[in-house]
Every structure is written in C-alpha cells, then in structure tokens.
Design a protein around this ligand. Structure first.
Ligand code: GLC
Length: 555
C-alpha cells in the first residue's frame, strides 16, 4: 500500500510516477539529511505494501502507531516510538485537537473545521476550507489514515459540479469551493452540504488556490498510499481537466503567469496581491506538475498534457527570469534605463527604479535571494511571501541554486522572518498612507498583523518541507522548537502579531486547526523525511533556464 515512488522524466520531458515495489530508498540524498536513520519506519511502510488500508481496520495501523503517537485512535497516554524519538508532549495534545476538529457528513469524516473557537463569532470559521484542510490531510496521510483524505477529495469534487452564481453571473465550471459546511436538518434527520465559491466570502472573491490545492492533494494521496485508482476515476480526471481548462485558456495575456483578483488565495483580503501574485504562480506551477503525473494518457488527457508542457516551459522561464531577485539582480535593475521600446528593451516591464522601496536594499543579504511578490507592467512588489517561496522550492519552480538562495535568505534574515515565532506570511508590513491605499484602510490588516506581516504557525510545515528538500533540517528544527514553546500554551492561535511575532493576534482565532496540523506535519516530516515525497517534485531537467540568472532581464 505504501509504495515507494519514483519520478521518471521521459525523453519528451513529460513526467510519470511509478509505484515501485523494489527496495532501494526513494531518494538516497534525503537519507543523508537527518542525523538519525529512518530505516525502521521505511521497513514498516514496506510491510504494509501488500495490505489494504481503510479507516477503522488497517493492517498497517499497529505498525504505524508505534511510530507516531495518536491519542484519538488509541487511548494510550504515553507517546513513544521505537526509533529513539520521544514524541513531544505537544504532539499528543495536537493530535487530540486535530481529532476534535473532524467534520462528519452522513457518518463519514470529510474534513476538519477551520477553528474550534467558541469565544469569537463563527463567521466562516465553522467551515471546512480547502486550503486549510491540506495540512490536516497530510497529517492523516503520514499517520496512515488516508480514508478521510479520499472522502474529502470526492466530496469537494461533487461540489465542483454545482452551478455557481454570484448575482446573475455564472462562474467557470471548474471552480472549486473555498469552503463548505454540513447542514443538519433535525426535523428530517438529514444532512446536506453547502459550499462557498466566493459568493458569501468577504469581498466576494473566488478562491483561485482551491483547485490547485485539490490537485496537489490528489497527488499527495496517490503518492502516499500508492493507490492510483482514485486519481484514475473518470470523475477525478474530469475534475482535473475542468480546473486546468480555467487556467490554461488562451486570452489577452502576454505573460504565462495567471492573472487574478486581490484576495483569491490564503491572503483573502485586499492586500495588493492582485495581478500576478507569487502564491498563485507557485501553486499553479505545482498543480500543473502534479496534473501531468496524474492525468491519464487517453485522448483528452494527452491534449492537456501537451498544453501543460508548453505552459510549464514558459512559466518557469518567466518566473525564474523576472520574479527572481538577489543582490546582483537588484543592483542591475536599480541601474535600469526606462522608456525603452521594441524587442531590444532590457527593462521589459518599464519598472521605474525610483519606485523601489528603501527597505529592500537593506533586506537583501549578500548571499541569498527570493521570488518577489508580483511583477507586472511598471510594478514590482518586492515583498517576500512565505508560501510562494516555499512552494517554489517544493515544486522545483526554483532551480536548486535558487532554492539554496531562498534558504540562505531565511537564515540570514531570521530575526525579520521568524523572530520569536515562525513564520511571517509576508515581509515587511505596509503602514500609513500605503496601508490606506493598498488595503482600503482594513482594520484587520494593520501593520504586523494578520495578512500584513503577521506570523502564521501553519507555515511551519511549508518551511520544514523546504528545509528538508534543500538539506537544511536544522533550520526547521530551530523553528519547530520556537513554536513548541508557545503554541499549546497559547491554544493554537491562528496568527501572531508584532514585528517579531511575540503577541497573539488581535483577532486571531484559538484552536485554529491548520496551526495544529501545520505543527504536526512539520514534526512528522522532520522525524521521517521520506514523507517529503508527498509534497515535493524533483527538478525537470528539460525546464532548466537557458540564461544565467543575474542577467536574465537582459535576454
Ligand atoms: C482566513 C484566512 C484564510 C483561511 C481562513 C480559514 O480567512 O485568511 O487563509 O483559509 O481564514 O482559516
């Protein structure tokens, strides 16, 4: 069941993942990363390969239970493992909190609630959010409980086929919901689902990220369980094609990046992330790569794969060339001429160096770099965004050199990006006049709070995965240790405020599920780096940049 997987890059640059039953380690380099051997867990996973997994009775359960303590399942209260790893007491509490957040539909677990905080008004925190469920799903997959993930994938797929209307306008067929909830009708003793595609959301923006996360999760499920039958189902194949149709359609675009409205992703309020935000571009890239692995090579599938290959080439070229910045690149563009016309233009987007913010010149370390927040005509948003940069590493949108540089930057700007609690959603905060203009005077997004330079514990899992992929587990360990000093004591806040993330967020929910799950995933991944394969894709040699990154704009 828990097959070893390999990523094959075929001659024409397409990918295929094969479930392998052989015994060689998945990625020998990964083994070197941690100071501890992971052999025991791998052996256990192998022993499950012939077994069947289902919620309730799993032949693998006993084995995996020894490895990761999960109180909800067992009733034991002494976490222990056989490989020398003593589970942290916070881990046990986290599992309990995660299990309390389970949402059932007609007797089956289908997701986890966003937050279990009764002290605040519910708003939509009583819903299952697609993006919020991802770390929960990964935690369950890592713990050998794939059934809830499968249920979630199938339920959200059903929601996708709903007719979606805002006022009199119909949304694209492929749009996945931001969130859903279960309605109980006590009179008829009946349960129904209701979903939000943006028509109820504050700001009425459809979530562009949901469809991408859905594809990414489908691949994580497939990779983790070795069960290819779910992704092969006609309805899953169709669901993927519908999502892809939305973002691969041709139009007026001159860039391969995806144009979107403000607030269509994790940052779901007006924060100046409209246009071509890094979060969406990185998720787009990752989802395309996952879809290529999962799509069947039938008539329809083949056509999509061809379109994906073309888009991936253009997208990686664009992102690696124009979104990438390091000291040399910053210096080059700082000296750019403007108002150039024709194909020979060096400053293609006519970005005016006077518009560059002062902070970026101090922030840029001598060693290191990152993908900037946004690039569009005459506009570069230099803010550093955590999610986009981590996904760029995991999807191999970033070249190995760029991935290393992103980690170098995190290390050398630790005070700014981590401080007392991991991890800033973006850096730096905007304030005063700029805050007024950019957020529309949003009182929730004041400086160093919430989406405006706030600190989000959920990002810990992304940081950890990126650390493991780049061979820097010690950075993740440091961040996890910081989180462990406070998360449980503070009742798993949604976010922290302040320049160094010292204060529980002004309006932060407590018992925020993705803060809990993000911690668990980080912890489990660090303990067993083979889990990384679920959320990471190796570099496609065919997508190698043709240029050196420092003079990329000039090409
Ligand atoms: C907030 C966050 C969003 C999250 C939701 C549920 O709206 O901005 O990213 O999905 O809460 O937790």
């Amino acid at each position: 069941m828990f097959g070893n997987h390999n990523l094959d890059v075929s001659q024409n640059g397409s990918f295929s993942e094969k479930v392998k039953t052989g015994t060689e380690p998945e990625d020998p380099d990964l083994l070197k990363l941690l100071d501890r051997p992971r052999s025991l867990n791998i052996e256990r996973q192998r022993s499950c390969e012939q077994g069947e997994l289902s919620v309730g009775i799993s032949p693998c359960r006993g084995d995996i239970f020894d490895y990761v303590f999960s109180p909800g399942r067992s009733g034991f209260n002494t976490p222990r493992v056989d490989n020398g790893f003593e589970a942290h007491p916070v881990v046990a509490e986290a599992w309990e909190a995660l299990r309390r957040s389970l949402v059932y539909f007609r007797g089956q677990p289908v997701g986890t609630i966003a937050a279990l905080d009764n002290s605040e008004e519910n708003l939509n925190y009583d819903q299952v959010f697609v993006r919020d469920f991802v770390p929960s799903a990964l935690a369950f997959l890592m713990n050998g409980e794939p059934e809830i993930v499968k249920n979630f994938i199938l339920k959200t797929l059903r929601l996708q086929s709903w007719e979606k209307k805002i006022d009199r306008f119909q949304l694209g067929e492929g749009v996945m919901p931001a969130s859903f909830k279960v309605l109980h009708d006590p009179v008829r003793n009946h349960e129904t689902l209701i979903a939000d595609f943006g028509e109820s959301a504050i700001g009425r923006v459809a979530p562009v990220d949901s469809g991408f996360w859905w594809i990414i999760l489908l691949r994580a499920y497939t990779k983790s369980t070795g069960d290819t039958s779910l992704a092969e189902r006609p309805e899953c194949q169709k669901g993927m094609r519908l999502i892809l149709s939305l973002c691969l359609s041709e139009g007026f675009d001159t860039f391969p990046t995806l144009l979107c409205a403000d607030g269509c992703c994790m940052i779901d309020r007006r924060m100046g992330v409209y246009g071509y935000p890094i979060e969406i571009q990185a998720l787009f890239f990752m989802a395309l790569r996952c879809a290529m692995i999962l799509l069947k090579q039938d008539m329809e599938g083949k056509e999509f794969v061809e379109r994906i290959v073309k888009r991936l080439h253009a997208l990686s070229y664009h992102m690696r060339s124009y979104f990438w910045i390091d000291l040399k690149q910053l210096n080059d563009i700082y000296r750019y001429k403007t108002e150039e016309y024709s194909h020979t233009a060096v400053n293609k987007f006519n970005v005016i160096p006077d518009s560059f913010p002062d902070w970026v010149f101090d922030f840029m370390p001598t060693r290191g770099g990152y993908f900037v927040g946004n690039v569009s005509p005459a506009r570069m948003d230099f803010r550093w965004f955590c999610l986009g940069n981590c996904i760029a590493i995991l999807s191999s949108l970033a070249t190995p050199e760029q991935s290393t540089a992103i980690m170098d930057l995190i290390e050398s700007r630790w005070e700014e990006l981590v401080g007392e609690m991991p991890l800033k959603v973006c850096y730096p905060a905007i304030f005063n006049h700029e805050w007024k203009i950019t957020t529309g005077c949003d009182p929730k997004n004041t400086r160093w709070s919430y989406h405006n330079g706030g600190t989000w514990p959920v990002l810990l899992w992304l940081l950890t995965a990126a650390c493991i992929k780049t061979g820097r587990p010690q950075i993740a360990r440091r961040a996890i240790e910081l989180a462990e000093t406070r998360l449980l004591k503070d009742n798993w806040p949604e976010y922290y405020d302040g320049k160094s993330g010292r204060y529980i967020g002004k309006q932060a929910r407590k018992f925020q599920t993705w803060s809990v799950a993000g911690y668990l995933v980080a912890k489990m991944m660090l303990e067993d780096p083979s889990h990384l394969g679920m959320v990471s894709i190796e570099e496609d040699k065919q997508l190698k940049p043709l240029m050196k990154r420092s003079n990329s704009w000039a090409l």
